[in-house]
Design a binder for this molecule. Structure first.
Ligand code: AHM
Ligand code: MG
Length: 368
């Protein structure tokens, strides 16, 4: 009987978040509305990714963003979908908001693929994109409550060959609604209210934390709903897998070199670790979360700050790791304590099982 009850009592992501919200008396459902629009974006991107080969969506769109990177068509499409889904999540999204100028849909399409910082409620407040050096501010009368940082389609090098890619997002609460500055999004990661990612892999999986643990939901394509399949994810305390682009080893610093050497040639009688590296942060982090281990994108001589972006790659993943019982370290400090000074700032990152990150921390401490 229980098995049957299980099959018919579906915990969708919306139901899950509504349940969580109902525990907070002050909640007016704004977060649920916001999340349901992020979820809609994920479903759309999932469907587009699945059809990419067929629909000839793959390939260069011929545009270059401000950081000089080429944009892929799927990236452009994903960004556009998220922008529109987020805008429409405001319950009073009005023509007025659209007439403000920067929310012109045509302009938004060109905003490109990495980050959009956006504040929800009456609609939006700050908008920042990897495509634009400057952030745009919205009329005070339209200011809302939330601020979303996201990478609509991460893992661009994996798009053309059909390897897993994903969307990463983080949500902040605006501190002072009446005095909004860029500082709203230059907050340390520990201030995030929620973070998550959606992986477009052999199945479409959305992993979310609203600050009380981590849960995984899998898209049931026949229902079009994300169903709770991985309740209360806890990362194993120790792991047997390390994940890093070893092609950069020539330029690594001492602690990273020592750690990876130890993974391969352990001296304490342990077995060597396995290496897995997909090159899609979402997929590499997802495996790390479920199987344990460590994911590294360290600094190197060529990229002293590593590659990954603090706001929309490092912070959301670090938030999830800590919520699952793991750790995230930059080489200098707890990742979530970092206070970014620039919206597209990069940081080295070491995240994963508690014990593995402890080892990295000890190696950096010994260096000082
Ligand atoms: P992207 O934002 O241009 O897609 O780059 C981010 C990706 C991450 O998903 C992944 O962890 C990393 O780049 C891989 O980089 P590399 O190819 O240098 O190993
Ligand atoms: Mg990215």
């Amino acid at each position: 009987h229980e098995a049957e009850a299980h099959r018919t009592d579906l915990m969708t992501i919306t139901r899950y978040v509504l349940n969580e919200q109902s525990r907070h008396q002050e909640s007016r459902g704004d977060f649920t509305i916001l999340l349901s629009h992020i979820v809609l974006g994920c479903k759309f991107v999932c469907s587009a990714v699945n059809k990419a080969g067929l629909a000839k969506l793959i390939g260069l769109a011929g545009e270059t963003n401000v950081q000089g990177e080429e944009q892929k068509k799927l990236d452009v499409l994903s960004n556009e979908v998220f922008v529109k889904a987020l805008i429409s999540s405001g319950r009073t999204v009005s023509l007025k908001a659209i007439l403000l100028g920067f929310v012109d849909p045509v302009l938004l399409i060109q905003l490109g693929r990495h980050v959009l910082i956006w504040i929800q409620s009456t609609s939006q407040c700050i908008l920042v994109s990897e495509e634009d050096e400057e952030a745009t501010f919205v009329d005070p009368s339209l200011r809302g409550k939330y601020c979303v940082v996201f990478d609509p389609l991460d893992g661009s090098s994996n798009i053309d060959c059909g390897v897993s890619i994903g969307t990463i997002f983080g949500v902040y609460m605006v501190k002072d609604k009446d005095n909004v500055t860029l500082d709203e999004v230059l907050q340390p990661g520990k201030n995030m209210l929620a973070a998550g990612y959606c992986m477009y892999g052999s199945s479409c999986t959305l992993v979310l934390s609203t600050g009380s643990g981590v849960n995984g939901f899998t898209l049931d394509p026949s229902l079009g709903e994300f169903i709770l399949t991985h309740p209360d994810i806890k990362i194993p305390k120790k792991g047997k897998i390390y994940s890093v682009n070893e092609g950069n080893a020539k330029n690594w610093d001492g602690p990273t070199t020592k750690y990876v050497e130890k993974c391969k040639f352990p001296k304490d009688g342990d077995s060597p670790k396995s290496l897995r590296y997909i090159g899609s942060m979402v997929a590499d982090v997802h495996r790390t979360l479920l199987y344990g281990g460590i994911f590294l994108y360290p600094a190197d001589k060529k990229s002293p700050n590593g590659k990954l972006r603090v706001l929309y790659e490092v912070f959301p993943m670090s938030f999830l790791m800590e919520q699952a019982g793991g750790q995230a370290f930059t080489g200098k400090q707890r990742a979530l304590d970092l206070v970014p000074t620039k919206i597209h700032q990069r940081s080295p990152i070491f995240l994963g099982s508690y014990d593995e990150v402890e080892e990295i921390k000890a190696l950096y401490a010994a260096e000082e």
